[in-house]
Design a protein around this ligand. Sequence first.
Ligand code: UTP
Length: 288
Amino acid sequence: MKVRKAVIIVAGWGTRFLPMTRSQPKEMLPLVDRPLIQYAVEEAINSGIERVIMVTALGKRAIEDYFDHAYDLEHFLEQKGDTERLKQMRELSKMADVCYIRQKEHLGLGHAILIARDIVGREPFAVILPDDIIDSEVPCLKRMIDVYAEHGAGVVAVERVGDEDTKKYGIIEPRQVGVSERVYEVLSLVEKPEPSQAPSRLGIVGRYVLTPEIFDVLLVTPPGKGNEIQVTDALQRLLKQQKLYAYELEGVRHDTGAPLGWLKANIAYALKRSDIGPDLREYLKKML
Ligand code: UTP
């Protein structure tokens, strides 16, 4: 069955970005001149997704407004004759068929995914965590959907992490499959292990292709680390019933969920822009 729907999860508190996130969703932080959430929606669309479901929470209204029509603004730009910006604004509101549902209690990523159960229905679906910006030639999610199509089982995106970082990720026990060096069968998973307990150095990052059976398992998964319902724990349980694969991402991943990663991402993306990149490069050279 085709992967048609993507669940984009934006219900977290964003405490690493306080005080900024006191009254603004972190997903609306700019990456150069577009909010982070737009990159997630674009990746979904460029991966063949037809329907975007956003799991939001209190204080995230700015995200809904961003993807809505902005008639007054469009009228203003039309009057001004700013056709280029007018075109951009119109494209933005038509960009995706987005629906929104709220997570009313902060019970973890697994719980947030569960909130989308009725809208997703009994079909495979993608999950995107917009903090993870993946800069690659072919969208990471597209590659994962290809792996799903080949193996007919769930897929998680992974990246090699350092010894000091195993405690920040779900870590997989991998078995190489086929000729592709980037695809593994997942034999087991551990949430945020100490390096000595970690079965590898492949950590799960914010992209998943999941089968609908994950909902049945999430319903009976008790809260784990941090007293949150962990998707890694649910995937480990699901391994008893069905296979799971991992795709080692190509390109560069930026963790924009905290200030340093977000700043680095902005510099990397801005340097690639022909309009501002050269000036920024000169400026950085002078600063160092
Ligand atoms: P994080 O661990 O990054 O948490 O969540 P956070 O709240 O976004 O940010 P910090 O750590 O407090 O700074 C990973 C993903 O899970 C979502 C977040 O929105 C993010 O996409 N999440 C987490 C929820 O939607 N609901 C939750 O209850 C927990």
